[in-house]
Design a protein around this ligand. Structure first.
Ligand code: CP
Length: 320
């Protein structure tokens, strides 16, 4: 529907909008109950996949914004028995002001928005995890002061949702994003092309390679993610066993030693110590993963406030 703003991919925000949201997130972090754009309203938070951080941060965030957080899982709703996405959305938006969905393919959430009259937020798809990148950018702002010109190196599966969102969201922010992963686990070329196009305008850059130490050289942040993304559990033995393709990409102290002074370590969590990151790094002085997890709350609150205002949604409006 025209006029309604959604957040399905990192590049759904302009550079100025992303910065505005991060500024607002910092205000909200300083005054958690001081902003009430959802007073009298509600948000539906739907999960087709497991979650701890997304579930908690959106639930608490909606409540802190003055709204009612309605959390639905497939087992507890008709979505799990095959009711269509469109029909579900038509029902929800008569009663809620915003919808968050964690699901499988990006096409599913795009289908949902085709009938949406309230903002829809991607709480993770197979292709993108844009809310996590907002939280990561907020964490980098807190630790490094400003974003443009910073270098972030991501090591691991560069075809997964985190790598693709780092490429897009980092490009929007003006970061130099270096992705390092096996040659057959690189991002979708269309995503990479889009990210590089965005970076041309923001002064950032996006590179993809295979050498973790080259990626880490002088970086201001190192990031990684589990080697077994949700939905890939059948490949767990290949991805975490003796012959896994990511073994040389583990973030350890040798990787961190290549970084710039003051560099931080990011991980969206859950983390698997001894696999994609060593315990020494995850639990060490450069790790900011607990700040990053908390920042999901603040970044998403600011995002929700932005989308509601930009869409002209008045909480409790109903009958849309
Ligand atoms: N990082 C993240 O999205 O965590 P959850 O899967 O626990 O929501």
């Amino acid at each position: 529907m025209s006029g309604v703003r959604h957040f399905l991919r990192d590049d759904d925000l302009t550079t100025a909008e992303q910065a505005e949201i991060l500024d607002l997130a910092l205000d909200m972090k300083a005054d958690p109950l001081g902003h009430r754009p959802l007073a009298g309203g509600a948000a539906a938070i739907l999960f087709d996949k497991p979650s701890t951080r997304t579930r908690v941060s959106f639930s608490i965030g909606v409540w802190q914004l003055g709204g009612y957080p309605l959390v639905l899982d497939p087992d507890g709703s008709q979505l799990g028995r095959g009711e269509g996405i469109g029909d579900t959305m038509r029902v929800l938006q008569r009663q809620v002001d915003l919808v968050v969905w964690r699901t499988f393919g990006q096409a599913r959430i795009e289908e949902l928005t085709s009938v949406a009259t309230v903002p829809v937020i991607n709480g993770l798809t197979d292709e993108f995890h844009p809310c996590q990148i907002l939280a990561d950018l907020l964490t980098l702002r807190e630790h490094h002061g400003q974003l443009p010109g910073l270098t972030l190196a991501y090591l691991g599966d560069c075809a997964n949702n985190m790598a693709q969102s780092y490429a897009l969201g980092g490009a929007v922010a003006g970061l130099h994003v270096r992705l390092a992963g096996p040659a057959d686990h690189h991002p979708d070329p269309a995503v990479l092309h889009r990210a590089r196009h965005l970076a041309e305008a923001t002064g950032g850059s996006v590179t993809v390679g295979t050498d973790p130490h080259a990626a880490a050289d002088g970086a201001d942040a190192i990031a990684t993610d589990t080697w077994v993304s949700m939905g890939m559990e059948q490949a767990k033995d290949d991805r975490m066993g003796r012959s896994n393709p990511f073994a040389t990409l583990r973030v350890d102290e040798a990787v961190m030693a290549r970084t710039a002074p003051g560099a931080v370590f990011l991980h969206c969590l859950p983390a698997y110590r001894g696999y994609e990151v060593t315990a020494e790094v995850l639990d060490g002085p450069a790790s900011v993963v607990w700040d990053e997890a908390e920042n999901r709350l603040h970044a998403q609150k600011a995002l929700m406030a932005f989308l509601l205002a930009a869409s002209g949604i008045r909480p409790g409006g109903g009958h849309r």
